[in-house]
Write a protein that binds this ligand. Structure first.
Ligand code: HAM
Length: 449
């Protein structure tokens, strides 16, 4: 097995290949890292279709795509997400680079988007910035169905407006997208966590309540009670839940502006027919949130039922050294989205192979390859065999690959100038001139030019 060993030089690694098994003379296969997985066809076609829909819906709301690096300075997440959060304390993949810089594989993308917004002075462009991203994130959590160490998010962020209409538009866009990919059964949970000024008063009352309550709680909560009491509310320890239930709720401590903001969000959600549930315990596990927070959960997902997390983060830009800029956004867990899409049975992975070309004998090879090339140039997915084989085996290939059509070219077809085009589902067979085959198949497959 390949095994990295630290060499004598500072920060240097060499890869030492462990001794082979001398008896069988075989090397151990290397497996993917725990919590990571390979996404394979045909499932990846479903991933692509979901992504295509995201590009379409987000473009309609005038979002532009941003691609930020997967590697960031660790300080970005320490400052942005918060040093007392589970993500930063327990879950980040952090390492020293060869020049001793502390780097982290991004556990989420909101902090990166805001860093890029500041770094490229996007605030100078004027107006609000609407950005979206699709890509991998990394958290060292305990892997289980729907929870991975490398997972994917589809997210969107709006920078530059505090208007509650923006909060509602973000949720409206999310709901439209989920509907487009066939997800209709879910709960939208909303809350407000207030701003820094109402938060101060709330945290004081939480601290006081925790002075008495913390003795009966887990060690993490006992520490959080002093360092960052809000994070006590994220605790997943079963025994702590009855205590957490009795703690004061932030929604009862909102100042008049935050209350008004939240009321506008909920009344506008109602006006747009977007069903929601106010959930006072929803404080989300990241420190940057202010005012509106929301989650979408889905019953189709089992234990890991959080499909989307999002909210407002009006102080994040300043926390990262930028100008005061309000922001709001969400991230959809794409792995969980795919599980929910598969459960909804509206969109399934599909085999895109339009035709398999069956050629018989050396003289038919060149015309067969010409047709393969022409059909592919027309955007049709086409496959053939490179080595000569009997018709039975080639038709067997067409079947195995679930080709929609088999196109058969033998010496007789070459002589007549017409090829056999067989619909594999109905066995219906037509004789067609090569130049008409692409149009014929597009018509049958209902592919518009
Ligand atoms: P989050 O709630 O930490 O929020 O993650 C958002 C979603 O990512 C979750 O609801 C879940 O679907 C998915 N997710 C998280 N961890 C895992 C995992 N280990 N395996 C599979 N899926 C996972 C954020 O990341 C914020 N950046 C959201 C946001 C954007 N807030 C404002 N803008």
């Amino acid at each position: 097995m390949a095994n990295p060993r630290e060499a004598s030089g500072p920060g240097r690694f060499t890869w030492q290949i462990e001794a082979q098994d001398n008896v069988s003379n075989r090397v151990e296969p290397i497996r993917s890292v725990t919590g990571t997985r390979d996404l394979l066809p045909p499932d990846t076609s479903l991933w692509q279709r979901v992504e295509t829909e995201a590009h379409r819906v987000f473009a309609a709301y005038h979002y532009g795509e941003i691609r930020t690096p997967i590697l960031e300075e660790t300080a970005l997440f320490a400052r942005g997400v918060g040093t007392e959060t589970d993500i930063v304390m327990k879950e980040m993949y952090t390492f020293r680079d060869r020049d001793e810089d502390s780097l982290t594989l991004r556990p989420e993308a909101t902090a990166s988007v805001v860093r890029a917004y500041i770094e490229h002075s996007l605030y100078n462009i004027g107006g609000i910035q609407k950005l979206y991203y699709i890509g991998p994130m990394f958290r060292r959590e305990r892997p289980q169905k729907g929870r991975y160490r490398q997972f994917y998010q589809i997210g969107a962020e709006v920078l530059g407006s505090q208007n509650p209409l923006v909060d509602v538009e973000v949720i409206e866009m999310l709901v439209l997208f989920l509907g487009r990919v066939g997800i209709r059964e879910y709960q939208l949970l909303v809350n407000s966590v207030g701003c820094s000024s109402c938060r101060a008063a709330y945290l004081e009352s939480l601290r006081v309540a925790l002075q008495d309550a913390k003795a009966g709680m887990c060690v993490d909560c006992q520490r959080r009670a002093d360092t960052n009491p809000l994070r006590v509310l994220d605790c997943k320890v079963e025994a702590d839940q009855p205590i957490i239930e009795k703690l004061p709720m932030i929604i009862d401590h909102l100042d008049p502006e935050c209350r008004q903001h939240f009321e506008r969000v909920t009344s506008e959600l109602q006006a747009r027919g977007l069903a929601y549930q106010v959930t006072p315990r929803l404080v989300r596990g990241l420190d940057y949130y202010t005012r509106t927070t929301f989650e979408i959960t889905s019953g189709a997902l089992g234990a890991q039922n959080a499909l989307v997390g999002g909210g407002r983060y009006d102080g994040l830009s300043e926390m990262l050294g930028g100008p005061s800029t309000p922001g709001i956004g969400f991230s959809i867990g794409q792995d969980r989205l795919i599980l929910a899409v598969q459960a909804s049975a509206v969109i399934q992975s599909e085999n895109p192979l339009a035709a398999y070309i069956v050629w018989m004998g050396e003289p038919t090879l060149a015309p067969a390859l010409r047709l393969v090339r022409e059909l592919r140039a027309q955007g049709l997915s086409v496959e053939t065999n490179y080595d000569s084989m009997k018709i039975k085996k080639a038709m067997g290939n067409a079947n195995k690959l679930q080709a929609r059509f088999a196109i058969i070219i033998g010496e007789g077809e070459l002589a007549s100038g017409k090829y056999q085009v067989k619909n594999m589902a109905t066995s219906e067979q037509s004789e067609l001139e090569p130049s008409t085959i692409a149009e014929y198949m597009k018509d049958k497959l209902r592919i518009r030019n």
